[in-house]
Design a protein around this ligand. Structure first.
Ligand code: ADP
Ligand code: MG
Length: 694
């Protein structure tokens, strides 16, 4: 229930304290407190998880089959079948039209809940089980004969998320009373009327009322729209204000080299830039020409060519006589980037060096000295860049590759200096648009959707285990042409050890029985870094032909000669991750192929693998993945920094997010920050009233 915690009311104790609400004594107040509900306002933002239309019940005779519905009746009979593995409680309900049987599996304690003669409301889906109609595990509420004209029947009734010690009916009564008596005095709408009218929104107090006790489902839906907007608008607005404040606080060196730099750089390239690359470069060039710190995210699928965009940023910076740092998560990647940058920049007379833990002491001293003197323009490296003895002369540009691999603190270290360097972060994790707009709401985003010309889509096949031998033969054929292959065994955290054992065992089987005439290597997360890197290097030198790997293989490794990938147990993974894995092939000019083995047990799992065989674009895949899994799973993936929204759903509310962001940008652009010092400014009051998104 993390959703309810973390809201700290800044209301003084007094009438807004929930202890003053009828029905909330010290014991319930304590339960609410544990849910993070301290004030009346907090209480109003505890929303139903669904609604039941109890204005008209289905009669038992007309209860529909196979769709969720609600009925009411009297308990005629209760039967308990103490089957050991699965005790069953049968409750027979009756009304004027007939009877209906509800079945509760594995909840023997319900014997003490129900009594014959009770009035109950059941909500569930009626099914036909071997010719018998039954309502399995319905949600239920035991009613009073005196319930007419209560909040519990005769209307659309809220069903709340519950916690131990909090019951549906008492919570509903508390809410009803609190809303009737205290809503108006507690809630004012600080959204400017012009904006509210423009959007056709109901006032906030009305929206809160209708979220709990709507007269119609349309009213509830209108209320929800208003609150979804508030979720997104308050979140984006406070971030944008923070960014605007930061930007006036810190100054960066304006990077303004001689005109024509872009053309010089472009001419020196061995390939033609994609439109996306060129666009991103132009955006960077514009950003850094001002004293306002650049804070840009370069988001592009694996292989979209982000490195050359970073190279351009370094080039500009060097031509302006300033220094750049390129922070990279692993040594292999740092070496790879160093080679790429040297190739691109040395002919343009830009100096580049590499600094990692493996760099010899002498070299390290020399590099540090030239860096300090200002005789070195670009330093590429791992965490080693963050050491104290690494002193820049005039650092003006920091670029971070695979930014999610670094902690906030680590990244921060390069920026705590004056003047503040411009910042470019890069990520290859394609995420759905809604998530991007929230996770990266404080960054300017250059999205690279275009792939370099001539890149062939990776042909992906979902293959039955029966065809394994055939796939191996096919792979061997490609190997004998000098190409290389990956065979990936997914590792999931819960069973990491067993997974690794499986990979090891498979490695020896593959070496001995399947590819005896080739060299088969193995990397997994439990190898120490130097061993792992030695193997990756051998693969890079083509001394290893087949690399058996767990899914922990290095990010971003570029081996264009690797053209085949087999992914085992592909069903155990999310689409996004499979796509990332697959991105390690298809990097050269040869046709690449990816074979997926795996028998998903669910229809959704099958859809996932089928999607992967159809789509190559990581962003489309991420969108489809979100649709398949819903936002619950998205939040469950522990994606760091995903904000929590009370009402809004990232899987379904994209249009409102876009609108809310536009409005927030409008408001922020026209805002004089000094006016915010006034606590009565509507923005202050509005943001203060909104629940926090964490
Ligand atoms: P990523 O975005 O995954 O970091 P890289 O920057 O590693 O991608 O680029 C992948 C490969 O594509 C590299 O070998 C790079 O030289 C090449 N490349 C980049 N841009 C282009 C382009 N416009 N045309 C052709 N090849 C390109
Ligand atoms: Mg990269």
């Amino acid at each position: 229930m993390n959703s309810l915690s973390g809201s700290h009311s800044r209301y003084p104790a007094g009438t807004s304290d929930i202890r003053y609400v009828k029905g909330i004594g010290p014991r319930r107040a304590e339960i609410f407190r544990r849910l993070g509900i301290h004030s009346l306002k907090d209480l109003f933002y505890l929303f139903p998880r669904r609604y039941e239309d109890r204005s008209r019940f289905h009669t038992l005779a007309s209860f529909p089959l196979g769709e969720p519905a609600t009925c009411r009746g009297e308990i005629l009979e209760i039967k308990f079948k103490p089957i050991r593995r699965m005790p069953i409680l049968e409750v027979l309900l009756g009304d004027d039209t007939g009877t209906l049987r509800a079945i509760f599996f594995n909840q023997p304690y319900l014997r003490r809940t129900f009594e014959t003669g009770q009035w109950v409301v059941f909500h569930g889906k009626l099914e036909n089980y071997e010719g018998r109609l039954q309502l399995p595990n319905p949600e239920f509420e035991i009613m009073d004969r005196s319930d007419e004209n209560s909040p519990h029947v005769g209307r659309i009734v809220p069903i709340y998320p519950l916690t131990e010690g909090l019951f549906q009916r008492s919570l509903r009564m508390i809410m009803k009373d609190a809303i009737e008596k205290h809503l108006n005095e507690t809630i004012s709408d600080y959204l400017p009327p012009a904006l509210r009218n423009d959007m056709g929104f109901v006032p906030l107090d009305r929206a809160l009322h209708d979220m709990h006790f709507p007269a119609t489902l349309e009213d509830q839906s209108r209320a929800r729209q208003r609150l979804v907007f508030d979720d997104f608008f308050s979140f984006t607005l406070s971030l944008l204000i923070r960014v605007k404040t930061l930007r006036t606080q810190f100054q960066s060196p304006a990077i303004r080299p001689e005109p024509g730099c872009f053309e010089v750089f472009k001419k020196a390239l061995p390939f033609e830039l994609t439109g996306s690359q060129e666009h991103a470069m132009r955006e960077i060039e514009k950003d850094v020409s001002a004293h306002v710190p650049m804070n840009r995210l370069l988001q592009g699928d694996v292989g979209s060519g982000k490195t050359v965009v970073a190279a351009f940023a370094f080039f500009l910076t060097a031509r302006a006589g300033l220094q750049s740092a390129f922070l990279v998560p692993t040594e292999i990647l740092a070496e790879q980037h160093f080679r790429t940058l040297s190739r691109l920049l040395t002919p343009l007379n830009i100096t580049v060096e590499l600094l990692t833990k493996s760099v010899a002491e002498d070299d390290r001293k020399r590099i540090n000295a030239t860096l300090k003197r200002g005789d070195l323009s670009v330093l590429v490296g791992t965490h080693a860049l963050l050491q104290e003895d690494v002193v820049f002369h005039n650092l003006a540009m920091v670029t971070i590759d695979e930014q999610h691999k670094f902690g906030v603190h680590q990244r921060g270290q390069l920026f705590q200096r004056s003047p503040r360097p411009h910042q470019l972060v890069m990520t290859a994790t394609p995420i759905p648009r809604t998530l991007g707009l929230t996770l990266f709401a404080d960054l300017d985003v250059s999205l690279m959707r275009e792939m370099p010309k001539g890149r062939k889509p990776i042909a992906t096949y979902w293959i039955s285990r029966a065809k394994q031998a055939e796939v191996y033969r096919h792979v061997a054929q490609r190997l004998s042409k000098g190409e290389q292959a990956y065979i990936v065994f997914p590792v999931i955290e819960e069973s990491e050890k067993a997974d690794q054992r499986a990979a090891k065992k498979e490695h020896s089987r593959l070496q001995k029985e399947v590819f005896p005439e080739f060299k088969v290597g193995l990397v997994h997360g439990k190898l120490d870094r130097s061993e792992r890197e030695a193997i990756m290097r051998a693969f890079g030198r083509r001394e290893i032909h087949v690399l058996v790997a767990t899914s922990v293989i290095e990010v971003g490794v570029d081996q264009p000669n690797a053209t085949v990938m087999i992914i085992e147990n592909a069903d155990r993974f999310g689409l996004a991750q499979l796509h990332q894995l697959r991105g390690r092939i298809g990097r050269g000019s040869l046709e690449s192929e990816c074979f997926l083995f795996g028998e998903p047990s669910t229809e959704e799992g099958k859809k996932r693998l089928r999607l992967l065989t159809k789509l190559n674009d990581g962003f489309l895949i991420a969108e489809e993945d979100l649709k398949l899994r819903g936002q619950g799973d998205l939040l469950g993936t522990r994606q760091a920094g995903v904000p929590f929204f009370r009402v809004a759903n990232l899987a379904t509310d994209e249009a409102m997010l876009v609108t809310a962001r536009e409005k927030a940008v409008d408001v922020t652009n026209g805002l004089d920050l000094a006016t915010l010092k006034n606590p009565n400014h509507w923005i202050q009051k509005y943001l203060e009233q909104m629940p926090k998104n964490d």
